[in-house]
Design a protein around this ligand. Sequence first.
Ligand SMILES: [Zn+2]
Ligand SMILES: [Zn+2]
Length: 336
Amino acid sequence: MTAAEEALFRLAADVAASRTGRRMPPLAADTRSQPPPSVAVARPQPPVPVPCGPAPQLEMATLATSSKGNATLVRAGSTAVLVDAGISARRLTEGLRGLGVEPASLAGIFITHEHSDHVAGLATFLKRYDVPVYANRATWEALGDIGVTYARRRIPLAAEMTVGHLRIQRFATSHDAADPSGFTFCAGRVKGAVCTDLGVVTKSVASALAGANLLVLEANHDPDMLRTGPYVGYLKQRIAGPQGHLANAQAARLLAWLYRGQALDVIWAHRSATNNDVAKVQDTVIAELAREGISPAQESIHWQHGRPDGTVRMVVADTVEESETCCERVKIESIL
Ligand SMILES: [Zn+2]
Ligand SMILES: [Zn+2]
């Protein structure tokens, strides 16, 4: 990171601290090597006015989440979007209707990246429902036939977009895909994020998530289970590598870093059925939070464990005192 980027990060942390009255501790150092640095550095931009709409609450629901298939509904007011479509079109349709969302009414599908556990149901779903798809160009090209067939549906991702009641920001993640993304969603004064499929928590990821109230956050594997498990060597290396997936402790440290006393609800996502289990996630998160002096039982922090085969839903109401800070982006992008 350059000196300018360091200064920018410190400034962002100071701004956040001044808003919350609680100083951010330094982000725990990643235990793995960082991906190669990029020369591209975004310049700080003035804050964009926040269209704080009438949405009373922000809802996130994983229709399914695991290493085998991922799809998340994000809804505020009358606006509903899907993040990824990695389960069959039938399961997507049933899951959406189970939450009272007619599939054709979706304002968009946001694609994080082209891996099959995120797009397996996309082509069939698009045959049935004329829904716009938000994806960046490299991801769209990597989708191959789907990208060609449904090119007219594509809406290029911008750093910031407004779709109905949702203000959406894209951030880059470190993963072995063409141009992988995570997303934050602001509705009124509440901020949510979908952040899975990343090998390391970079400062740009952390800054994008700062101030969040509702997270769909990856807790993919337990390193010991991965190391002693049945996967072949190259796959173990890939998963544990800087462009792989988040281990439980990495996710827990990020949560501890993000928590500033605000209402913060989490759905633990993208859990490996082979290299992880609910108890490992639970124990690791509690231990890492305790290390920072945070006891979930006494704080406004709650979580559920995402399911590979069913819906898990969390809602945060717009009663958060941290208010207008939610949608202001901490501008330290492109550190990757
Ligand atoms: Zn992936
Ligand atoms: Zn995945």
